[in-house]
Ligand binder design. Structure first.
Ligand code: KG4
Ligand code: ZN
Length: 342
């Protein structure tokens, strides 16, 4: 079965075709980063309008790349939440209308389930059960995963998501949006030992996290500094170390609690090289030698259509469909999902 995947939950129009026999047949992405850059963050109305402009040409491009005719498509999967209401509506309306025209079923997909399953697009996919750390611009979740749709949230950020903390920190330092990759690059020039930022909530029991205090710490440090380029890099370094260390400590704790030996990292921040390095260290440390860490390839860490096609396929083959109508769910807890077909 070939599934057309449509992702429009935020500032990326991502389209892909996934085949259950052959894997990814084609994919295309249009990022709106340049459009939102001058505002320092995503402007929802501009995002929706740009999805409207890009979505049909991208679908055409992907259909051509995959040498597919409408009859070849067995189902359409689109992100129906969580995300920006107007942006979600574009993907949902186009996805559902195409399914009606092409006489195939369609399914609304949970964006974070897409991220969570993205490592399964790789050659060595993780087996269930596993622990997942989902780190994106809107979510920071530790999830005990026993199967597709069987997600128990065991830890989360009580305030800012990790990606959001990267973005806000970058803004305070006068850097562009999205801040994650920019901070990561700048941190390479930073010096170890100049600043040490707190690791929030690691001394308290439990798996919840908090990143807004760390952001304030950065703000105060920066305000009192000489504001030189070297200082900026030193702050970026200390911030990234604090975030990465906190995530690694919480993962270690969650692995101990659940007994899982597989750890899946996904979402935009999973592209962070320092986080990957730190979790590799964790897997090599004596207490967790049997641990294997799984990531999506770099281009599938951030938003994309392939992860939505893949997640949708799992539900379509179990007989789940939207029926005639469609709806979007801008706020949608991941823990509310059920196993496909249940
Ligand atoms: O998953 P994603 O593309 O969109 C959401 O679902 O939110 O994640 C975007 C987030 C942004 O906050 C961005 O700054 C962050 O992922 N990000 C990174 C890196 N690449 C993207 N954060 C840290 N290091 C990176 N290399
Ligand atoms: Zn995302």
């Amino acid at each position: 079965m070939k599934v057309l995947g449509i992702e429009t939950s935020c500032d990326e129009t991502g389209i892909a075709i996934y085949d259950d026999q052959q894997g990814i047949l084609a994919e295309a992405l249009y990022s709106q980063i340049a459009l939102h850059a001058e505002y320092g963050g995503v402007v929802p109305e501009l995002a929706s309008r740009d999805h409207v402009r890009r979505i049909i040409p991208l679908i055409d491009e992907v259909m051509k790349q995959a040498h597919c005719q409408p009859d070849d498509i067995g189902g359409i999967a689109y992100t129906s939440g969580p995300g920006l209401m107007g942006a979600l509506m574009v993907g949902a309306a186009v996805g559902r209308s195409l399914a009606w025209t092409w006489k195939c079923p369609s399914i609304g997909v949970h964006h974070m389930e897409g991220h969570l399953l993205a490592p399964m697009l790789e050659d060595q996919p993780p087996e269930f059960p596993f622990l997942a750390l989902l780190v994106s611009g809107g979510h920071t979740l530790l999830v005990d995963v026993s199967g597709i749709g069987q997600y128990k949230i065991i830890g989360e950020s009580l305030d800012d998501a990790v990606g959001e903390a990267f973005d806000k920190t970058a803004k305070m330092l006068g850097l562009a949006y999205p801040g994650g990759p920019i901070i990561a690059k700048l941190a390479l020039e930073g010096r170890d030992g100049r600043y040490k930022f707190p690791r929030p909530m690691v001394n308290r029991p439990g798996l919840d996290m908090s990143f807004s205090g760390l952001k304030t710490f950065v703000l105060n440090t920066w305000a009192k500094s000489d504001k030189s380029e070297q200082t900026k890099a030193d702050v970026a370094f200390a911030f990234q170390e604090a975030v990465v260390d906190t995530l690694a400590i919480k993962c270690k704790r969650a692995l101990k609690e659940t007994g899982h030996q597989r750890l899946v990292i996904a979402g935009g921040v999973s592209a962070n090289e320092r986080l990957r390095e730190r979790l590799t260290e964790l897997a090599q440390s004596t207490s967790t030698t049997s641990l294997t860490v799984f990531y999506p390839r770099m281009q599938f860490c951030t938003d994309n259509g392939a992860m939505i096609a893949f997640a949708g396929l799992q539900r379509l083959i179990a007989g789940e469909t939207d029926g005639e109508g469609f709806s979007t769910t801008p706020r949608w807890p991941l823990g509310d999902l059920k196993a496909p077909g249940a």
